[in-house]
Write a protein that binds this ligand. Structure first.
Ligand SMILES: *[C@@H]1O[C@H](CO)[C@@H](O)[C@H](O)[C@H]1NC(C)=O
Ligand SMILES: *[C@@H]1O[C@H](CO)[C@@H](O)[C@H](O)[C@H]1NC(C)=O
Length: 385
């Protein structure tokens, strides 16, 4: 605290020095600033609670602080109310700034940290499934009695390793699954007033597909088989690592927007496993052609008439014929965008290192609202069922 004020004063002096308007004006400025900062500091010391640090170790103390915060006596008490969310490891080592939750999703309701020294006071701990090698790199036991462990995993069952011993260890699940305790998903936003101004972006390509992964072990066989047949009947423009045609991050949305249709083919087929592959084309102003779970599963997240499902057709050839026909029928094509009057898609973050921001911020939002006791049993029975 003392450090911070001293730093503030010296940085203020430095910044005053660097834009001199005349020596006397400068001196006056420094004096006024110093006086202001010092009195602010005094006021702050007098009115801030004395129990700022070290962090409390035993939870009941914090709960009593929460009830005293209800008297609204200071802003710092409000901050103390925020539950601590400890990120045990950075998923895939993709680090980001914790303030991104506020920046991107306006979520600011927990205190995120990656500092394991706060373990004993952490209300919740996120454990990333893929980083668990065996039980030895989990957080230590016994855990504080108030603490909840959150299982973070975004891959589908096809791409999930069963690590024995995790079945009855967690309190909350954080996953793409709708029946997870904390489901993670980009959602369309309902508009208050209908939007009549949406303009379909200019198109110079018919069907596009960005693919980074061709590895059959990840479950991509279904989509590869479908694609091989489909591409006999219609021109598809390919991008991505799998075809050595890399697309820069800045080109992702503009490229997608320039295609009439986009192949939103999931790598493996599981209920609710509907990823950013669908959100991308919707956000860009393109019609997604989806391959994944059943149509009605998609319809629980996005309007029925916002996408084309490969299951709507008896075979890849009929799908190709339908797209070619839509290409010539502007009015029929335009109908795929009617939903935009009432719903707005939001572009998702596309940098690789941003992959887990939405999930972690969603957890932050959840734990501040829902603080009850919870146990998640038979993790794999649930996940693989
Ligand atoms: C504290 O402030 C909130 C809104 O800022 C208000 O709704 C609440 O009634 C206040 N509580 C007390 C005890 O004054
Ligand atoms: C969290 O789950 C574990 C394992 O089921 C359980 O022992 C613990 O009491 C739970 N804690 C809370 C705070 O929900």
């Amino acid at each position: 605290m003392g450090h911070q004020i001293a730093d503030l004063i010296s940085s203020l002096i430095r910044s005053k020095m660097s834009n001199t308007n005349g020596p006397s004006l400068l001196r006056l400025g420094v004096i006024v600033t110093l006086a202001g900062v010092i009195s602010l500091g005094v006021v702050f010391f007098w009115f801030s609670p004395s129990n700022k640090c070290p962090p409390p170790v035993f939870r009941p103390v914090q709960y009593s602080q929460i009830s005293s915060a209800k008297t609204n006596n200071s802003l710092t008490d409000k901050a103390e109310e925020k539950p601590v969310l400890l990120l045990w490891v950075w998923p895939e080592n993709y680090r980001f700034d914790f303030s991104d939750c506020k920046t991107f999703y306006n979520i600011d309701s927990c205190q995120l940290t990656d500092d394991r020294a706060l373990y004993n006071s952490a209300d919740n701990v996120i454990v990333y499934h893929r980083a668990i090698t065996d039980l030895s790199n989990l957080p230590p036991s016994p855990r504080p009695p108030f603490q909840r462990w959150i299982w973070l995993h975004l891959e589908s069952p096809t791409n999930t390793k069963r690590i024995p011993g995790l079945e009855n260890l967690f309190n909350l699940t954080l996953s793409y699954r709708q029946d997870a305790d904390i489901p993670v998903r980009m959602r369309l936003i309902t508009r208050k007033k209908p939007n009549e101004d949406f303009v379909i972006p200019k198109k110079d390509k018919l069907v596009c597909w960005i693919v980074s992964n061709k590895d059959p072990s990840t479950g991509v066989d279904t989509r590869n088989v479908f694609y091989r047949e489909f591409s006999k009947y219609i021109q598809v423009t390919l991008f991505g690592k799998a075809f050595s045609r890399f697309l820069g991050y800045d080109d992702y949305y503009p490229t997608m927007a320039s295609c009439k249709f986009y192949l939103a083919f999931e790598n493996s087929i599981h209920k609710d496993y509907i990823t950013e592959k669908l959100n991308g084309p919707l956000a860009a102003g393109t019609v997604p052609v989806v391959l994944g779970p059943l149509r009605r599963n998609y319809e629980s997240f996005v309007p029925a008439e916002s996408f084309i499902h490969v299951d709507d057709f008896p075979d890849p050839k009929s799908l190709a014929e339908y797209l070619l026909q839509l290409d010539k029928d502007e009015d029929a094509y335009r109908k795929y965008f009617n939903w935009r009057k009432h719903l707005t898609p939001s572009p998702h973050l596309i940098l690789q290192r941003q992959e887990f921001i939405l999930a972690i911020c969603t957890a932050c939002d959840y734990i501040a609202r829902r603080r009850e006791y919870k146990e998640a049993h038979d993790l794999y029975d649930w996940y693989f069922s």
